[in-house]
Design a protein around this ligand. Structure first.
Ligand code: ADP
Length: 486
């Protein structure tokens, strides 16, 4: 048993090589059938070879013995030789079968199994080759029959009893053989075509199921994201937006009390406080609205990142010059190919991160910012490194939540929306964002942009600049001079 298993393994390895078979293809089953034919034919031929040789010796047929040996050796060669392509093996195999058929027809004619072997050739070709190769085999059979008819007529062959074989009788038997050949070729083709259709239909159904599953998972992920956002909104509404509101109502109460005091007539300080709290409330609400609208429509385009970053730096020129910062774009950014992303969103992302790196700089130290990228298997990994004040490890996750800040608003003004925007933009691009930082040494913001975002809109379907402006306007963005959200 183990010998048989080893034998089949060797033949299979020789026939298929190291290629991974696509089982859901009729072509695979043709090759599989071919391998099995060799596997079973070889021991059966060995069994038939010995009595065949004895018969040849008894009936004094050295030529049949010679051709039998050639056919048998060729079969061994087809099964065990290494480095032969499957195509060559198949061709040799069919040629070998025809050689056997010719030998038997030539030496034994009507009384030998030659015609049966001709029919077998058509069946084998129909099984191991796609249509219409089987009809070529039928044509070869037809020519073979014709050739032997001529051979009988001119008495070229060594048929055992030539006086018994007339051309008419030969043609009669051949006609039946050819008819059977055509029937088999047609029937097998019909069968394999039907099987292929069934396999393809099944494959399509499977793909459809897979796509539906993918869509469903995507929808669930989106729903989860929306749900988290809703939770955040509820939290924000009850905490962050309450804070300036409380200040306003508290101040109004104070003003009411002070109004009753006849000596106190100047309320301008209190009113100023109320007005700045109201302004802050307005900014927070506007930021919240912009945040909720972000990503309503993602216009994907091919983007040259080096070009985009240079244009962001141009927008931030005044800030960069004012702080004396040194901004370095790494060679990796220039070397990377164009990526698919939403240019507006990516602009905003870089602008927020770079302006943060400028804003949270160490006093008295020249800000140094380095922007780089690495190619991971399925995403682009961007990094923006600075030598600023850094972020405490306990704050490094929180700062991506809307309105959350790691440093006091007295020292650095801002609303705490920028990084929440960045997080949402990155997630809309199939990636994630995180920070690694050492307080008072600097921070590096990392983010991934997926390489497998949807196809870029074709020129006819892509949005015009006006459309982008319009979208930006509805999202509270300014495409020509994109704002930084701080
Ligand atoms: P904002 O800048 O308006 O405060 P962000 O959402 O952009 O809002 O940032 C949230 C917080 O993350 C900031 O308040 C700051 O504490 C911290 N932060 C962001 N970027 C940096 C940086 N490059 N270095 C140090 N701290 C940073």
């Amino acid at each position: 048993m183990t010998l048989w298993r080893r034998y089949t393994k060797i033949v299979e390895l020789n026939v298929f090589g190291n290629t991974v078979p696509v089982v859901r293809e009729i072509a695979y089953w043709r090759d599989r059938l071919f391998a099995n034919m060799i596997i079973y034919l070889l021991p059966l031929s060995l069994l038939a070879y010995v009595p065949g040789m004895i018969m040849c010796y008894v009936s004094n047929e050295p030529y049949i013995a010679l051709f039998d040996t050639i056919v048998f050796l060729l079969l061994i060669f087809i099964a065990f030789s290494r480095g032969l392509s499957l195509r060559t093996r198949k061709l040799l195999f069919v040629g070998n079968m025809y050689l056997l058929a010719f030998t038997l027809l030539y030496f034994m004619g009507l009384f030998g199994p030659g015609l049966m072997y001709l029919l077998a050739c058509v069946i084998i070709v129909s099984l191991v080759y796609p249509a219409p190769k089987a009809y070529y085999a039928v044509a070869v059979n037809f020519l073979t029959c014709l050739f032997f008819a001529v051979a009988i007529y001119f008495e070229w062959t060594r048929f055992l009893m030539p006086e018994m074989v007339s051309v008419g009788a030969w043609m009669g038997v051949c006609a039946n053989e050819l008819l059977l050949s055509i029937i088999f070729a047609g029937a097998i083709q019909l069968l394999t075509n039907g099987l292929q259709q069934t396999i393809s239909r099944e494959e399509n159904l499977l793909n459809q199921q897979r796509n539906e599953g993918y869509e469903l998972r995507k929808m669930v992920a989106e729903l989860k994201m929306k749900n988290e956002e809703l939770e955040q909104f509820a939290y924000i509404a009850s905490h962050d937006l309450q804070e300036p509101l409380n200040t306003i109502s508290g101040l109004v109460e104070v003003l009411k009390i002070e109004e009753r005091n006849p000596e106190k007539k100047d309320f301008s300080r209190g009113l100023n406080y109320i007005s700045s709290s109201a302004e802050r409330l307005r900014m927070l609400i506007r930021g919240l609205l912009d945040y909720s609208r972000l990503g309503a429509s993602l216009h994907l385009r091919e983007i040259n990142c080096a070009k985009l970053i240079r244009s962001v730096l141009k927008d931030l020129e005044a800030l960069i010059k004012g702080s004396g910062a040194e901004v370095h774009i790494d060679r990796s950014v220039y070397a990377m190919p164009s990526i698919t992303a939403c240019p507006l969103n990516l602009n905003q992302l870089f602008q927020n991160l770079i302006s943060n790196a400028l804003k949270f700089r160490k006093p008295g130290v020249t800000p140094k910012i380095c922007i780089g990228v690495t190619d991971t298997e399925d995403a682009w990994h961007f990094s923006i490194e600075d030598n600023g004040i850094g972020i405490d490890s306990s704050q490094q996750e929180k700062i991506f939540v809307i309105f959350k800040r790691a440093h006091g608003s007295r020292m650095f003004e801002g609303t705490g929306i920028g990084l929440a925007f960045c997080k949402k933009i990155v997630e809309l691009h199939g990636g994630r964002i995180w920070v690694s930082s050492v307080p008072m040494e600097g921070s590096t913001f990392h983010f991934l942009i997926s390489k497998s975002l949807g196809p870029v809109m074709d020129p006819a379907g892509s949005p015009s600049e006006e459309e982008i402006q319009e979208t930006a306007a509805t999202q509270g963005e300014q495409p020509s001079e994109i704002q930084t959200l701080h």
